[in-house]
Ligand binder design. Sequence first.
Ligand code: GDP
Ligand code: ZN
Length: 328
Amino acid sequence: MHCLEFVATIYGMDMRSGIVIRGINNIYSIVDVTEINDLASATVFECRIKGKILSDVEDEYSPLAVGDQVDFHLTGDDEGLIIRRSERKNSFDRWNQKRGRNQTLVANMDLIVCISSTDMPPFRPRFIDRAIVCANGIPLLIVLNKADLPLTEEQDQRFRLYAELGYETFVLSAFDQEGITALKKILQGKTVALIGQSGVGKSTITNALLGDMELQKVGSVSQKYQRGRHTTNHAIMLAGQGFTIVDTPGMRELLVPHTSAYQIAQNFPEFRKVQDQCAFVQCTHIHEPDCAVKALVENQEIHPDRYASYERMIQSLSWRPQEWELGL
Ligand code: GDP
Ligand code: ZN
């Protein structure tokens, strides 16, 4: 038993285990784990972190993310204090340029749904490549929305490459009900986070997936936050029929978290496959001689734009504050 839990038990405090469904200005909305599958009608507790610092959590920009499991004790009918964050099963992390730190957007997801578009904004495979790195091993579904608009032959080839590399892909037009129904099927039983660049159609898809779930039931999460048919500016967990969605704010840019080049390379399956043949152990495939990855890039067996995308990520690490480079 954790010592704070022990103290709480002695003093007769009501201890709960819950999931963070939203966090704004250090106030976290939490739903009891026993109610998380009935999110639409669950009680939402507004909680702060006890003493403002969580034990066992290192200095992070934001110690709690949507999806985190926490222990909290009640201080009122719908208020509480958080005393502990449970170990994360996984997390989607990005580099927060403004704060100069890594930031966890969501934790403990079954799936990341990365939404891209054919056009308006243009298809940006490098955004998808970075999302794969940020997801760091969380299964990822790559959705290509606005399928009613064409891709160029080159873009189409780049998109099809994801399936060849082993990623799940899904082509959709958000206005097409059949596509939405098929997507709902894929999401059944899962807790998923939707991420995407602004304008790709994430809100349209979220609204179509949630349908009337959104505005139903008094006291529901949706009503509490008056989330109507508009975009969010913070991540929030919402109930669908048979699945749970974390809607995240649309982003203009997505930067990979600060980590080693080697770690980033692990998210490129086509590099990983041959990395054992590189002359150097933990080769970054950038400047080392006798690099098996670069050899494949040269003879076009690795897509040149995937490699260029990787190079950009590695370059982006060096633009960051010095202390973080040294801290690697
Ligand atoms: P968000 O910024 O990602 O939330 O994007 P929105 O959902 O607000 O959509 C941006 C624009 O794209 C809106 O004008 C939508 O009507 C439009 N849009 C969304 N899905 C599709 C689609 O499948 N095809 C086309 N042509 N437009 C779409
Ligand atoms: Zn190499």
